[in-house]
Design a binder for this molecule. Structure first.
Ligand SMILES: Cc1cc2nc3c(=O)[nH]c(=O)nc-3n(C[C@H](O)[C@H](O)[C@H](O)COP(=O)(O)O)c2cc1C
Length: 181
């Protein structure tokens, strides 16, 4: 069975934008996952932390830095259903840039699934640094997966990133449907 999954991690709460701090219930990366879902019709898995980071930005950056520096792999709130992953061919992996790399909980997720032969398409939202070294980290964790060139989306523009996502899908030969206006 050929399967495509969109897995994403996104944090609600305080984020920084060029206009200053903004609090939102829906995180930047969640918007990109929603755009992908609308365009591809693929199933979605939300990567959640069993103990989420703070909604307060500075505190969250401290927590994420600690986890990175100490190679902590935070526990997932929910594991994906193994039957949903059977025959997985394409994985859209959406995440925010954390300290220029993958959020550690995304590493937990990747280490917990079989990615041999899976085509991984990384989509990273960021605050100015682009995709950072997150692609190298994915390649290290998933040495037997095929990694497509990732898409970097500025976090505060994520909600309106449909056009960028569309072009990226076309560049990667992924079929999509245009939702009715
Ligand atoms: C813990 C933490 C670390 C971050 N580190 C970086 C960074 O190194 N470079 C960067 O460009 N943006 C960084 N950002 C900004 C986020 O990547 C950006 O706001 C992202 O869109 C947040 O996605 P989310 O709302 O889905 O969680 C960081 C944000 C947080 C919370």
């Amino acid at each position: 069975m050929s399967r495509t999954l969109i897995a994403y991690y996104s944090r609600s709460g305080e984020n920084y934008t060029p206009q200053g701090p903004v609090k939102s219930r829906i995180g930047n990366t969640a918007w990109t996952a929603q755009i992908l879902e609308e365009l591809t019709g693929a199933d979605v898995f939300k990567i959640d932390m069993a103990q989420p980071y703070s909604e307060e930005y500075e505190e969250c950056t401290r927590q994420a830095k600690y986890d990175r520096e100490n190679a902590v792999l935070p526990e997932l709130k929910n594991r994906p259903d193994p039957t949903e992953l059977e025959g997985l061919e394409t994985l859209f992996l959406c995440y925010p840039n954390y300290w220029n790399g993958l959020p550690m909980v995304v590493q937990t997720f990747l280490r917990g699934i079989k990615t041999k032969g899976v085509r991984i398409l990384p989509l990273c939202t960021h605050g100015g640094d682009g995709i950072g070294f997150s692609e190298q980290e994915i390649a290290e964790i998933c040495p037997n997966a095929t990694l497509a060139p990732g898409l970097a989306v500025e976090g505060h523009l994520a909600r309106g990133a449909r056009q960028d996502v569309l072009i990226w899908l076309m560049q990667n030969g992924i079929a999509f449907q245009q939702p009715e206006e």
